[in-house]
Design a protein around this ligand. Structure first.
Ligand SMILES: Cc1cc2nc3c(=O)[nH]c(=O)nc-3n(C[C@H](O)[C@H](O)[C@H](O)COP(=O)(O)OP(=O)(O)OC[C@H]3O[C@@H](n4cnc5c(N)ncnc54)[C@H](O)[C@@H]3O)c2cc1C
Length: 382
């Protein structure tokens, strides 16, 4: 397993559950045992839970794995099927699970300026939490899910918050224009400023950031800045290995890659979606939890399995006390209708359709109804 987080751990568990009793090595460049990332922008950032609460392994869990932590994988030798490590070691394997996830994108030219953060790791979250504790003005660059959650948490901590989004409507890519507008209206509901349709030219400040400079000439004062402009798959270590790369690791519908004995799972994996005939890389917790089982089955069967149809992608987000849940793909839907509740109340279930067929659904503060709908949808979509 290369990558010691949710997808790597899920793959290790799936191997043991399927009776694999051989040597299991989990390599991770972070010094930590697997921990959960979703709370990093929510309860952990708010100070409601501590680092111990983030552990993904159960207390009584014994995987019998060797943990090689704090060391980066730098290459893969496909003929020897060996993973090269930054410290010069090489680990040979019968099978390799690529689970190296994604890393936060940064803004060029902002290195070394105090008060500027990204949020991907527990170390990022700790540093941001310390800065938020100073209070003052927070500017979030990027109105995606992570940016919106940070804004919501900082608002609850009493900071003065501004969100800057380059697109005309935040969340339009995952949710479509209409529902992207409905969800991002949560900011205004809580007095958080949302500036859309304007890019960021740069940051100002000597040693510490003091403002975000916009392309239209405006300057937004800031004591702390969070750059939430998405993530890139961590696959550079596979360059030249023969593993086909295209927006992450290009995989079949069961995680198999272009190299026999190598599968990829989680945020770094661009899986083929047989429903739509295209590859999709999803950065969702549930996919990193569930999909490794199929990939590991492929690995153990030496590829002699028929790829199934992965469950439609699902994610949730918590913002301003509202639970947002989404399943399926909004792209390509030709209609979206509110089936229950109302967008004004921020409590509804909306269904996206293409040619009359449901392709996705969004729930806001409707967890039970959403879960029922998701089950039905997943059963018919598989
Ligand atoms: C702040 C935050 C909030 C989130 N909230 C939600 C949410 O509410 N709902 C939801 O559905 N999803 C959420 N997610 C997404 C979810 O956490 C990810 O989908 C999940 O963590 C993916 O797991 P992964 O194991 O594929 O990748 P990662 O968790 O990124 O783990 C990959 C690991 O591999 C390591 N690695 C990378 N390169 C190398 C290398 N060359 N050698 C060795 N190790 C390497 C990385 O350092 C990392 O430890 C959130 C993510 C973040 C960051």
């Amino acid at each position: 397993m290369v990558g010691a987080s949710l997808a790597g751990l899920s793959a290790a568990r799936a191997l043991r559950e399927r009776g694999y009793d051989g040597r299991l090595v989990v390599i991770g460049d972070e010094p930590h045992r697997p921990y959960d990332r979703p709370p990093l922008s929510k309860e952990f950032l708010a100070g409601a839970i501590g680092e111990g609460d983030l552990a993904l392994e159960r207390d009584d869990e014994e995987l019998g794995a060797e943990w090689v932590l704090g060391v980066r994988a730098t290459g893969l030798d496909r003929t020897e099927r060996a993973v090269r490590l930054a410290d010069g070691r090489e680990i040979r394997a019968d099978g390799v699970v690529v689970a190296t996830g994604a890393a936060a994108r940064t803004l060029p030219g902002t290195d070394g300026l105090a008060g500027v953060h990204v949020l991907r790791t527990v170390d990022d979250a700790r540093a941001l939490r310390d800065d938020l504790a100073r209070g003052g003005r927070l500017v979030v660059i990027g109105g995606g899910f992570i940016g919106a959650e940070v804004a919501s948490t900082a608002y609850a901590l009493g900071l003065d918050v501004t969100v800057i989004e380059a697109a005309p409507t935040p969340l339009a890519a995952p949710l479509g224009e209409v529902m992207g507008g409905v969800v991002s209206a949560l900011h205004a509901d809580h007095g958080v400023r949302l500036l859309c349709g304007v890019g960021v030219k740069g940051l100002s400040g000597e040693r510490r950031v003091d403002a975000v400079l916009l392309e239209d000439g405006r300057s937004v004062p800031a004591d702390t800045v969070v750059v939430g402009v998405g993530a890139r798959p961590c696959v550079d270590w596979l360059e030249g290995s023969g593993v086909a790369l295209d927006n992450g690791v290009k995989c079949g519908a069961d995680g198999r890659t272009s190299v026999a004995g190598v599968v990829a799972v989680g945020d770094c994996a661009n899986w083929y979606d047989p429903r739509t005939g295209i590859h999709r890389r999803v950065e969702h917790w549930t996919g990193a939890l569930e999909r490794p089982a199929a990939a590991v089955a492929t690995l153990l069967a030496h590829g002699a399995t028929e790829p199934g149809v992965p469950r439609p992608p699902y994610f949730w987000s918590d913002q301003y006390g509202v639970k947002i849940q989404f399943v399926g793909h909004a792209a390509g839907a030709d209609s979206v209708t509110v089936e229950e509740g109302s967008t004004d109340d921020r409590s509804f279930l909306a269904v996206y359709r293409r040619a009359g067929r449901p392709v996705a659904a969004l729930g806001m503060n409707q967890p039970r109804l959403f879960t029922r709908w998701r089950k039905q949808f997943t059963a018919t979509a598989s």
